[in-house]
Write a protein that binds this ligand. Structure first.
Ligand code: HEM
Length: 224
């Protein structure tokens, strides 16, 4: 929640001025609606990011099951679906170059598919699978935060001596580290979600430890 709040505090307010001069993302020539689609994406994306923090919080889910159902609908229908569709449209014409365009459209499509599968599982009352798909959806919602972090890491690691204050989205250096950031964020977050979903539970870990201890004990007895 802290990460989500920090990300939104830094990026969202300039869109709430509804002034196209305040965006960091220049519109392609002749695409006047770009700023308004991007603003819609940012507003719906903020709803997705805020609601999903509550959705995956076990104590909140258990104490307020009704709120979980209402927020789940908000997450999907007022968050991921509109933010994803608008993200794909603005992503396809991103001024940050072709690598970022392909990465953003891929991320947007995968985000939509994973979330729709998750909601279908809930409708079919397959709760275990619903949980798994929604954890994947959460990982993709937060990929956008990770994108910013990875891009800064790559900018500092590879391009620190080439960057200037004026470097904008058309600069090949900026396009390179932004593209690296989106792809790495998406892959790492997906892998992190898969690790989280398949990690052994506390009781499995205890059972494994006990088995290992028994094996060592019988080996020691054999040697004696
Ligand atoms: C996970 C799927 C998402 C995709 C594919 C996506 C895609 C994009 C694209 C294409 C842009 C415009 C930058 C460019 O043209 O390269 C953008 C900007 C932005 N997105 Fe998303 N986005 C996603 C999720 C989110 C979420 C969940 C939020 C939550 C608030 C969000 C907030 C923003 C903000 C604030 C900007 C403006 C950035 C700036 O002014 O520097 N996005 N996004």
């Amino acid at each position: 929640m802290f990460v989500a709040l920090a990300f939104m505090a830094l990026t969202v307010p300039r869109y709430l001025t509804f002034n196209p001069a305040n965006t960091n993302v220049p519109a392609p020539d002749g695409f006047g609606a770009h700023f308004w689609l991007l603003t819609g994406h940012v507003v719906f994306g903020s709803i997705a990011m805020t609601t999903c923090c509550f959705q995956i919080w076990p104590a909140f889910r258990n104490r307020f099951p009704k709120a979980h159902r209402v927020m789940g609908r908000l997450y999907v229908f007022a968050g991921v679906l509109p933010a994803g569709v608008l993200g794909i449209i603005v992503g396809a014409v991103s001024p940050f170059g072709p690598v970022v365009r392909v990465a953003n459209v891929t991320l947007g499509v995968v985000w939509l598919i994973v979330t729709v599968v998750g909601i279908r599982m809930a409708i079919q009352r397959r709760h275990g699978e619903h949980r798994r798909w929604m954890i994947r959806s959460f990982a993709l919602t937060f990929a956008i935060v990770a994108t910013r972090i990875w891009s800064i890491v790559f900018a500092v690691a590879f391009f620190a001596d080439q960057l200037t204050e004026e470097a904008g989205p058309l600069d090949p250096t900026v396009q390179t580290f932004t593209g690296m950031g989106v792809w790495v964020a998406m892959i790492v977050n997906i892998l992190a979600a898969e690790w989280w979903l398949d990690r052994p539970t506390a009781s499995q870990r205890r059972a494994r430890k006990a088995r290992r201890a028994r094996r060592h004990q019988s080996q020691d007895q054999g040697m004696a």
